[in-house]
Design a protein around this ligand. Structure first.
Ligand code: MN
Ligand code: MN
Length: 272
């Protein structure tokens, strides 16, 4: 075990949905995911054999206080919140929130880790230069990350909504787009150097995860998503789980799925 893998993961709730283009609700996600993570319907073990119930396996830094702040101030608070954890020698595992939060988080992560590889699970490439005039929309974070030079590689998995503009953007930034129709792609999830996992819940088929804002049919089963997460090879230095929208959930089903995904990401971070 090297020095960096002793840095424990720390949960950071980001109750922010100010950049959602279609429906609000994702700001309520962090509390619901935590509740599902602690739910007695399951135990604390990951499938890969890590007992998350052992004291000190991971920390919980609580939620950022973002109520009443402007979106610009919220982004600054998200970056400084993630920076603070990283400065404490922890690996930030953020619970969104809409996907716009990944840009300020990566700004913080990239200060410590250059040559970052991002494995981005999503139905959408989120590569718009702007979305309806807004450059900070949850449809744009990966354009901001790539044009700022914050990642060496961006690998997108599960994409099934790419349009002409975003195909051009992907080409411009050298993004490795792995479309849903071309899965499985386990061998593509290997990285040299630090890895960040950004998991948009809508990569899953809405049949498995209806509690999202943008229901895009034809997505991953929960099992396919877990199999791809388990296939990740590299040193995971941070992660986020975003776009869970409790307002659209059915009897807490998607919260349990988000918690399951979170567990398996934490397990990989602790074991690798
Ligand atoms: Mn997204
Ligand atoms: Mn999406």
């Amino acid at each position: 075990m090297d020095e960096r893998s002793r840095e424990i993961p720390a949960l950071l709730g980001i109750p922010f949905d100010g950049q959602s283009s279609y429906l609000r609700g994702a700001a309520e996600a962090p509390a619901k995911i935590r509740e599902a993570l602690g739910c007695d319907a399951s135990n604390r073990w990951t499938e890969t054999g890590v007992d998350l119930g052992v004291q000190g396996m991971y920390a919980d830094a609580g939620d950022l206080a973002l109520a009443g702040t402007s979106d610009k101030d919220a982004f600054a608070a998200i970056e400084s919140g993630a920076s603070r954890l990283i400065g404490q020698g922890k690996r930030a595992v953020s619970l969104g929130g809409d996907h716009s939060i990944t840009f300020p988080i990566i700004q913080a992560v990239a200060k410590k880790y250059s040559e970052l590889t991002i494995f981005h699970f999503d139905a959408h490439p989120d590569l718009y230069d702007d979305f309806e005039g807004n450059r900070w929309s949850h449809a744009c974070p990966f354009a901001r990350i790539m044009e700022s030079g914050l990642a060496k590689r961006l690998v997108q998995i599960g994409i099934r909504t790419i349009n002409g503009h975003q195909r051009e953007q992907a080409k411009r930034f050298g993004v490795e787009v792995i479309e849903m129709r071309h899965l499985p792609a386990y061998a593509r999830l290997k990285a040299a150097g630090p890895v960040y996992i950004s998991f948009d819940m809508d990569v899953l088929d809405p049949a498995y995860a209806p509690g999202i804002s943008h229901r895009e049919p034809g997505g991953m089963s929960v099992r396919e998503a877990i199999a791809h997460l388990h296939a990740v090879e590299g040193e995971i230095v941070g992660a986020d789980v975003v776009e869970y929208n409790p307002v659209r959930d059915l009897s807490g089903l998607t919260a349990m799925v988000a918690a399951k995904i979170l567990k398996e990401i934490l397990g990989k971070m602790i074991a690798n």
